[in-house]
Design a protein around this ligand. Structure first.
Ligand SMILES: Cc1ncc(COP(=O)(O)O)c(C=O)c1O
Length: 396
């Protein structure tokens, strides 16, 4: 007799990434010849620098195509420790680095290694969607600290204090921030480190956008603030955003030796090493001239300014001024309230009827906003915002 095949209970809670889904839908429409402007993408639109590609190609040709140590090749881990010392003032040894299949994978390793069922995890909303889902996957309970556009999405320390319980295990911070573009000031980071010390919390600091800061803003690594902060922080970073290497899938965690050992054991059993020749490419990325980073910073800052200018004559939405990353939030409360449209209605109509892809804020825990990415050409930014304005006019 045939029995119905069943799935794990756990898998009932797996959700697709909506940011990836909307981006993929926009790409598919563009490929099929539709006139679609994607302001949805979470990746730089530049090519990976040639020298990085050449290094990886040569390493394949030289036979560097076998398993490597699970936590990464010594050459890359050594280069990362040097980078952390120079750029972030974080002093660690190679055995505190685990190189993974992207920062997303590094985060998964950390959540799985720190969270026991029922542990509460503080997330600052709007938050990057995968934190929420990965915390759930680890059996944790996300607890939200809200921020708003008026305060440039900078959290208040009292709001963090107010949600602490006996079960609070860790706080996730992400500066420069996806989706808000906020860059946390040193004082706030030092207050958060103090809060973590007093309440014995782990800190996860996702610094993947560290190089993309504008108007002279400073990126500060919370782990650099004190020995205590260093011991309780897991710093997450990767090569995707700064070097246009999203497809290479190389990220890393920086943590205590004990935690790194546990994460390596997990990686041993789940993926083994990240791709051998992609690691070689990452080594080369760390040798690239700072001029490359300056030039992409300049490009993104110019695009951000352009996007803000293009929005300046649209009074029915408010926009934030991002100081980092490559996203801008657009407050759509007026459209919601006056025309009874949800953030999903708006993003669906923008894509289906006006050919512009944006991400609904519900995905980031705030349904009063939509997220726009300015990791696209100036022509696309002008046309994309024009289409949003056409949509706005159609509402009247
Ligand atoms: C805040 C944040 N962290 C991590 C990642 C994942 O980066 P990676 O490509 O290294 O997995 C992203 C990608 O969108 C991100 O926005």
């Amino acid at each position: 007799m045939a029995h119905e095949l069943t799935f794990s209970n756990r898998s009932d809670f797996f959700k697709p990434s909506q940011t990836l889904a909307i981006t993929a839908k926009a790409k598919k429409l563009i490929a099929s010849g539709e006139s679609v402007i994607s302001l949805a993408a979470g990746e730089p639109d530049f090519n990976t620098p040639d020298t990085i590609c050449q290094t990886a190609i040569e390493s394949i040709q030289n036979g560097f195509t076998k398993y490597t140590p699970t936590s990464g090749i010594p050459e890359l881990k050594q280069a990362i420790t040097l980078k952390l010392q120079q750029d972030n003032h974080i002093l660690v040894t190679s055995d505190q680095i685990v190189v993974s299949v992207g920062a997303k994978h590094a985060l998964y390793n950390v959540f799985q290694s720190l969270i026991s069922p029922g542990d509460e995890v503080l997330l600052i909303a709007p938050y990057w969607t995968s934190y929420y889902e990965q915390v759930i996957m680890a059996g944790g309970v996300p607890v939200i600290i809200n921020t708003n556009m008026m305060d440039q999405f900078i959290p208040k320390i009292e709001d963090a204090q107010a949600v602490l319980t006996q079960k609070t295990k860790l706080i996730v911070i992400n500066s420069p921030n996806n989706p808000t573009g906020a860059v946390y000031p040193r004082k706030l980071l030092s207050d958060l480190a103090e809060l973590a010390m007093q309440n014995n919390l782990w800190i996860i600091s996702d610094e993947i956008y560290e190089k993309l800061v504008y108007d002279g803003s400073e990126h500060v690594s919370i782990a650099s603030l004190s020995d205590d902060a260093l011991s309780r922080t897991v710093t997450i970073n990767g090569f995707s955003k700064s070097f246009a290497m999203t497809g290479w899938r190389i990220g890393y965690s920086v943590a205590s030796k004990e935690l790194s050992k546990r994460m390596t054991c997990m990686q041993d059993q789940v993926t083994s090493n990240p791709t051998s020749f992609a690691q070689k490419g990452a080594c080369q990325a760390l040798k690239i001239s700072p001029d490359f980073i300056f030039s992409i910073q300049k490009t993104f800052q110019k695009r951000r300014d352009l996007m803000m200018r293009e929005f300046s004559d649209l009074s029915s939405v408010k926009i934030s001024k991002p100081l980092g990353a490559f996203y801008m939030l657009c407050d759509i409360s007026e459209w919601k309230n006056e025309y009874n449209l949800s953030d999903w209605d708006i993003s669906n109509r923008l894509l289906d009827d006006y050919g512009v892809a944006v991400i609904p804020g519900e995905v980031f825990g705030d349904n009063t906003v939509v997220r726009l990415s300015y990791a696209t050409s100036e022509v696309n930014i002008i046309e994309g915002v024009k289409r949003i304005k056409d949509f706005a006019r159609s509402l009247k």
